[in-house]
Design a protein around this ligand. Structure first.
Ligand code: C2E
Ligand code: CA
Ligand code: CA
Length: 666
């Protein structure tokens, strides 16, 4: 799958979930922030009120001491104790003189006068562990234990309530739950003495009731939002699954499609850490599916594929994958123990497929690519499996082909050729080799065929069968043939200028050219650049071109001949029904394929056919060239049959132009 396609699909799946996730996240964040704020504000308010109350109590006690002297001391202390009994939150009261001497303390021990003085100077630690750190004019202090000292009630407004709140202790007190308890010291300065009051301030859950009610209402509101978002989140997930289903469902079989196969296959191979399992990619193709559709209809054909899919699927393990690809082809990723076991398994799959329509014989081919450790590219592996099948060819029904290194080398070679062909053409690495055609009667040079050779800067001499089929596949042959025609025209022009005797040179024109309607004009324009007479450049077309667009072929051949180019039919008799094409196609030269002179039965049947073909060609006014002639007997036979020209190793192999000039100087 291309990256762009991959991205588009990911986008399609991802895009819709994020707004919901983000929305839910924001709602929860907002919820937490608001709860914290509300809790903080409400608690601070409650604490503030409690502290205000306590400071009034401290003022009250200080007021009792306003009239203090030796005489009424006992009475005032008793009043304070009574007051303390009534106001349960007052823990301790202590009174010191301005000189620091202790006058009275409600529990009799604490704080002592000296400590109180230190306390005021900010030097002391009280028994309770209150750390005094009074700086000049400091008004409040927090101890390490979380207690708070307040010097005077009128500064309560300046309390750092946030810290106060944060340092409170949570405890349980006689059945009532106290959310927090604070100890607060108040020091009220009188004229003669200081009154110290230690208050235990309790904040109870009931104090926070309003807060809780508010919070619950608030939570309900937020909850509604959250539920809305959760529902929309779920619906997004459901619709995403539905989208997945659509994206990953095959329209022909209704099962997993190719996209899913690639995804699952890649993940299986990636997860196969340490290569615990050996995987094999299989390309499975049904032969003659089109014929099946022609006989039974496309609908039936697709139903058959669907049945194949489910029959195969049942045979697969969950750590394996399969999907329909196209044109009655399936991809399977199976694991196996060894090659024999894999072959047996494939055989079983074939039987399963054949069981789908009992009574009907069906043929399948299996291309197998054994996955090497580290290979994860499912499409590439499938391609290898497909190559293995293709190399077997169409006629090899019911075979299993294993992809091997040779095939891989072939692939790599193809890639190299494709990478380098443009450069090679620009650098003139393609060279014209000439193979002479000898007249049968005089045994004298009467023509030549231009055959291409690639003289590679590092790989050296490369014969055409190594690259022509590749160029025929990728279309580069069009450029190469143009180049060859031009080179031959240039060469002929040079020889004409040099005053040499020239013979017609034939150039191969691949069948790929016959898709362009102006082919004749195109060739003409190349040759005319060199002002060469057209009759010295012969064009060889293969018979197979006849099976493409017949109209274009016929009109092109006619135009070429009208322009004065001799046209020959190459490889006559090599595999196609040749005689029929001769009926419609008017050409000048017939090249009898080398196959006639090879193999068994050459003596009788081959020679009989050759003599008949020569006879027929003569009647149709064509010249005959016999190709691939290697022996004297063949030459003698051809002379006897009045064949016009002979081309073959018997006379000469294709050679470089310089060698050709040297050899045929005259
Ligand atoms: P072809 O056009 O049939 O060329 C004849 C082939 O037979 C040449 O192979 C030639 O070297 C070989 N041959 C000639 N005499 C004998 C013989 O006595 N014995 C044997 N065993 N072989 C003989 P080559 O040069 O390897 O070319 C192979 C094919 O590549 C050509 O077959 C042609 O189809 C293609 N080809 C070569 N050059 C070009 C080109 O420039 N353009 C196109 N389109 N095809 C080309
Ligand atoms: Ca040829
Ligand atoms: Ca030929």
């Amino acid at each position: 799958m291309s990256n762009a396609k991959d991205k588009r699909i990911k986008k399609l799946r991802k895009k819709r979930i994020w707004p919901s996730v983000l929305g839910l996240f924001l709602i929860l964040l907002l919820f937490s922030i608001l709860i914290f704020l509300a809790l903080g504000v409400a608690c601070l308010d409650v604490v503030q009120r409690k502290i205000n109350q306590s400071s009034h109590r401290s003022d009250g006690i200080a007021g009792l001491y306003e009239e203090y002297n030796e005489n009424n001391a006992e009475q005032i202390h008793a009043s304070v104790l009574t007051y303390m009994d009534l106001e349960k939150e007052i823990a301790t009261v202590a009174v010191t003189g301005k000189d620091g001497a202790q006058i009275w303390s409600s529990d009799g021990t604490y704080p002592d006068a000296g400590k109180m003085a230190e306390f005021e100077r900010g030097e002391s630690t009280l028994d309770s562990g209150i750390q005094m750190l009074i700086e000049e004019d400091a008004e409040q202090i927090f101890s390490d234990e979380g207690n708070t000292l307040v010097i005077n009630s009128d500064i309560i407004g300046k309390l750092d309530l946030v810290s106060l709140f944060a340092q409170g202790e949570i405890l349980s007190d006689s059945g009532e739950i106290s959310l927090l308890q604070l100890k607060v010291w108040f020091a009220v300065p009188g004229d003669e003495w200081n009154v110290f009051v230690l208050n235990h301030i309790h904040v109870y859950a009931s104090d926070l009731l309003m807060l809780i009610v508010t919070l619950v209402l608030f939570a309900i509101m937020i909850g509604i939002f959250a539920i809305y978002y959760i529902i929309s989140f779920i619906s997004v997930i459901v619709s995403m699954r539905r989208t997945d289903k659509i994206i990953y469902t095959d329209v022909v079989t209704g099962g997993d499609n190719w996209l899913y196969f690639v995804k699952k296959g890649t993940s299986l191979l990636k997860k196969n850490r340490g290569n615990r399992r050996k995987y094999a990619m299989i390309h499975l193709r049904m032969h003659k599916y089109r014929s099946f559709c022609t006989c039974f209809g496309v609908q039936e054909g697709e139903e058959l594929l669907e049945k194949f899919y489910y029959a195969l699927k049942k045979k697969l393990n969950h750590k394996e994958a399969m999907a329909y690809h196209e044109n009655a082809e399936f991809g399977l990723l199976l694991y196996y123990t060894d090659k024999e076991q894999l072959a047996v398994r494939i055989e079983e799959l074939r039987e399963t497929l054949n069981g789908v329509l009992p009574g009907m014989k069906m043929y399948f081919c299996f291309g197998v690519c054994q996955v090497e450790p580290g290979q994860k590219d499912v499409e590439q592996l499938y391609n290898n499996a497909l190559i293995a099948c293709e190399i077997m060819g169409e006629d090899t029904e019911n075979k299993i082909a294993f992809f091997d290194e040779e095939m891989n080398k072939q692939k790599l070679w193809e890639r190299k050729v494709e990478d380098e062909m443009d450069r090679a053409l620009a650098n003139k690495e393609f060279k014209v080799y000439l193979q002479p055609k000898i007249s049968a009667v005089e045994e004298r040079l009467a023509g030549a065929e231009a055959l291409v050779r690639w003289i590679h800067p590092t790989d050296g001499f490369i014969p055409p069968n190594k690259f022509i089929p590749i160029f025929e596949n990728n279309g580069f042959i069009l450029k190469l043939d143009d180049y060859m025609i031009e080179e031959v025209a240039r060469q002929q022009a040079q020889w004409i200028t040099e005053g040499r005797r020239i013979v017609p040179i034939s150039v191969n024109v691949s069948r790929a050219h016959f898709t362009r309607e102006d082919l004749a004009e195109h060739i003409c324009s190349i040759v005319d650049k060199y002002k060469v007479p057209h009759n010295v450049i012969e064009l060889e077309l293969t018979e197979s071109a006849f099976f493409d667009d017949k109209e274009v072929l016929l009109s092109t051949v006619k135009k070429l001949r009208d322009y004065g180019f001799p046209v020959s039919m190459d490889d006559f008799g090599a595999g196609y029904s040749s005689l029929n094409s001769l009926k419609e196609l008017q050409i000048d030269v017939l090249k009898i394929d080398a196959d006639f002179f090879r193999g068994e039965n050459v003596e009788e049947r081959g020679m009989l056919i050759v003599s008949e073909v020569i006879d027929l060609a003569k009647k149709l006014n064509m010249k005959i060239v016999a190709e691939g002639i290697e022996s004297r007997e063949q030459v003698d036979f051809l002379i006897e049959q009045e064949c016009d020209l002979i081309q073959g190793y018997f006379f000469a192999k294709p050679m470089a132009v310089e060698e050709f000039v040297e050899k045929y100087k005259e």
